[in-house]
Design a protein around this ligand. Structure first.
Ligand code: SF4
Length: 455
């Protein structure tokens, strides 16, 4: 029995797909890259922009032909395209899909497998999911990843949904309101991940630094709840690295920054989107901070976490963004010199306040021009930063083998991608690599010596 999972979108989707794979492998399914030969196909979708949604629809149309020839095969549509609402409109539009799964909730797939494929073990998965729901009264718990394939770097969702309601964002409509998962469940899942060979855990949330504020456990806490969670997971023997993303500038408190600096396994890497470098645009996006507040935050992060890297997200061509307002964003990026910037063109999404209230008036060609200008600037900034690393030795956690180029790859604590060539098995190991070549998006080096794993 084979399964195929196609994933697009954010790390939360990657995490959900890892967990669905875990469940399917525990039922005896094995992965295949070829959807045409899979007994179960899961499409894990993203609708944050129009383009990934179009891609998912394209895949669904391709799979329609396969379903026609093999009606017994199971096709599941998962993620933000399904959302947390009634999937009836999707059922009408894509009647060849067997099951619609909300983000992070594959329970209906297990039910279908139990009924249709007569997989007895699926009943155990359902019972397990339901026991967990009863125990903590939450319908959105998810499975830990399996031992089927060695995952060096695993994702662990800790906050689901989002209640911030930025005017451009569809996430709150598709993933529901913000719900933090209970710390004891998270720590237990982290323990299982480490037992299965995961070396690096990245804690996920749409606003990860808001973790725990909705939980009674932290009602009387004086420190940021995420700090307490980081400490508990940090102490797990066998864990090498710990990360968290994505942060919102308004919730990045000093005690969190200090914890990143003090806890040796927590990587000095912060992902904190600015989205625009102009106050008027930020206000219309309803982000809740000003450019100056962000500027001060970057300075504070750099002050409290030595050697930190900072990544950001920016949307260009938001409705009404003038050439001058865009220039402010450009100048800010040039001034702050961040370690990474993910630039996206604004895409009007259904239901959002921006779509209902503003006209999408920046032409697509102009959006693309702005995106490219920022991308080129960022390539220059990071290219220069990376060139300074040539000759230096960095610590790399090896994630895997790149077949095409016959070389190993991994990441530094600051989330830089590093390639090296060496004989032997390096997956999952922490190795010192001396950098010999640096480009904006990756580094190449040689292993200088063997070092014992830190755990
Ligand atoms: S913080 Fe804003 S952009 Fe991020 S998920 Fe929530 S609503 Fe969307």
């Amino acid at each position: 029995m084979r399964y195929h999972i196609w994933t697009i979108g954010c790390q939360m989707n990657v995490a959900d797909s890892q967990r669905v794979a875990a469940g399917l492998e525990s039922l005896g399914y094995r992965p295949t890259d070829n959807a045409a030969e899979a007994d179960v196909v899961v499409l894990n979708t993203c609708v944050v922009r129009q383009q990934p949604e179009d891609k998912a629809v394209g895949r669904l149309n391709q799979l329609k032909r396969i379903k026609r020839r093999h009606p017994e095969r199971i096709l599941a549509l998962m993620g933000c395209m399904v959302g947390v609402r009634d999937p009836q409109p999707l059922r009408q539009r894509f009647p060849w899909v067997d099951v619609f799964l909300p983000p992070s909730d594959p329970a209906d797939l297990w039910r279908l497998l139990a009924e249709r494929a007569h997989v007895d073990e699926a009943r155990e998965l359902i019972a397990d999911a339901e026991a967990r729901r009863r125990a903590i009264g939450r319908p959105d718990l998810i499975l830990p990843p399996s031992a089927g394939e060695q995952i060096v770097s695993g994702y662990l969702p800790i906050v689901l949904g989002c209640s911030h309601a930025c005017t451009y964002c569809i996430i709150p409509y598709r993933r529901g309101t913000e719900r933090s998962r209970p710390p004891e469940i998270i720590v237990e899942e982290a323990r299982q991940m480490v037992a299965q060979g995961v070396k690096e855990i990245t804690l996920l949330g749409q606003i990860v630094d808001r973790y725990g504020y909705d939980l009674p456990e932290f009602a009387a806490a004086t420190e940021t709840p995420l700090v307490s969670l980081l400490r508990q997971i940090h102490d797990l023997p066998g864990l090498t690295r710990l990360r968290f993303l994505t942060s919102h500038p308004n919730w990045m408190k000093d005690d969190l920054l200090r914890a990143v600096a003090e806890l040796p396994k927590v990587c000095p890497h912060i992902e904190v989107p600015i989205q625009a470098g102009d106050d008027e645009v930020l206000a219309r996006m309803r982000r809740g901070y000003t450019v100056d507040a962000y500027r001060r935050l970057v300075a504070r992060i750099r002050e409290l976490i030595p050697g930190v890297s900072i990544a950001t997200d920016i949307i260009v061509g938001f409705p009404g963004e003038t050439a001058e307002q865009f220039r402010h964003t450009y100048d800010l990026l040039a001034e702050l010199k961040l370690d990474r910037a993910h630039i996206a063109r604004y895409s009007a999404r259904p239901l959002t306040v921006a779509t209902r209230s503003f006209q999408d008036d920046v032409p697509e060609a102009e959006k693309e021009r702005r995106r490219k200008a920022l991308d080129d600037l960022q390539a220059e900034i990071i290219g220069e930063m990376n060139r300074r690393l040539v000759g230096q030795t960095v610590e790399v956690l090896v994630e895997g083998w790149q077949e095409r180029r016959q070389r190993w790859f991994g990441r530094t604590p600051t989330d830089r991608l590093v390639f090296f060539t060496a004989a032997g098995e390096w997956r999952g190991r922490l190795v010192p690599v001396t950098i010999t070549w640096a480009g904006p998006w990756s580094l190449v080096g040689t292993v200088t010596e063997q070092s014992p794993d830190r755990s």
